[in-house]
Design a binder for this molecule. Sequence first.
Ligand code: PEP
Ligand code: MN
Length: 338
Amino acid sequence: MIVILKPEANQTAVDHLIHNFEEMGLSTHYSQGAHTTLIGLIGDTSKIDMDIISANEIVASVKRISEPYKATNRKFHPNDTIIEINGKKFGEGFFNVIAGPCSIESEEQLISIAKDVKKSGASFLRGGAFKPRTSPYAFQGLQNEGLKLLSQAKKETGLPIVTEIMNLNHIDLFNDVDVIQVGARNMQNFEMLKELGQCDKPILLKRGLSNTIEEWLMSAEYIMAGGNNNIILCERGIRTFETMTRNTLDISAIPLLKKISHLPVIVDPSHATGIPWLVKPLAKAAVVAGADGVMIEVHNNPAKALCDGPQSLTPIEFDHVMKIIDSMVATELKKMNR
Ligand code: PEP
Ligand code: MN
């Protein structure tokens, strides 16, 4: 981190500032040039609040030259993180497909979709019991009843289950859940992230609607700071000026994250586009870009779905996408999880 000083900064105030930094356990490097005087900070600056330093009357500006994310940073953890869930691995070249309805609607709906996606080769079943809806008048999910149906589907198919948490008060209902999803709208719910850091379940952390990759990694840091290192990042599209798709899939986020972080990364082409026929090309793009998996919404009757029907694939369409993913995964020298 570099602290650039104002030209009029008096030496006593500068000495005082340097002393403060050293008291924080940092080494300092003072450099007085013809036009600019600065203090270089050496050491772990991740806990430094740049705003507090900027507010000092002798400081002109503060610049970070190292990344604020540490636990998620590949620099300090060169090998891929491998997350094992019910015998299935994320990372180490494995490719996982998470599939299922946007929301759990009934026993008949969920069990039939679960059996279909399993037959097509999905490795995890998804389904929302608590739904984050823009309108308070829209279907909010079957809640506790939905979680029970998800457990039943897990028992009947053997597929591990993924579902979203919306409120920490519900955490005790998630005992049978294999992967807890933090949705885009809660990516920066810091109190929730801190609590999930204390739990021993893997977390699927979706990217926020308008969040940068760095902010996303900082949210993962919150979870890791509590001791939970089992995080899967999910790129689900971001808001841009484009209106033809529901969001814009940031495909470059995948190779970028794989380079700067050791965490597994998956892609959700359903929420990224909102258009079912775009799911196939974007799932293909995800495989080639190096993703560790995809999450796809599947519904047995999309026209009647209570949530996100228009973007859902039918089981037959999903089966077709799975066949394509299967052959591509083999070419990319990855292993399909079954
Ligand atoms: C979901 O996966 O059901 C969902 C609500 O997604 P997102 O948080 O990405 O909008
Ligand atoms: Mn959805």
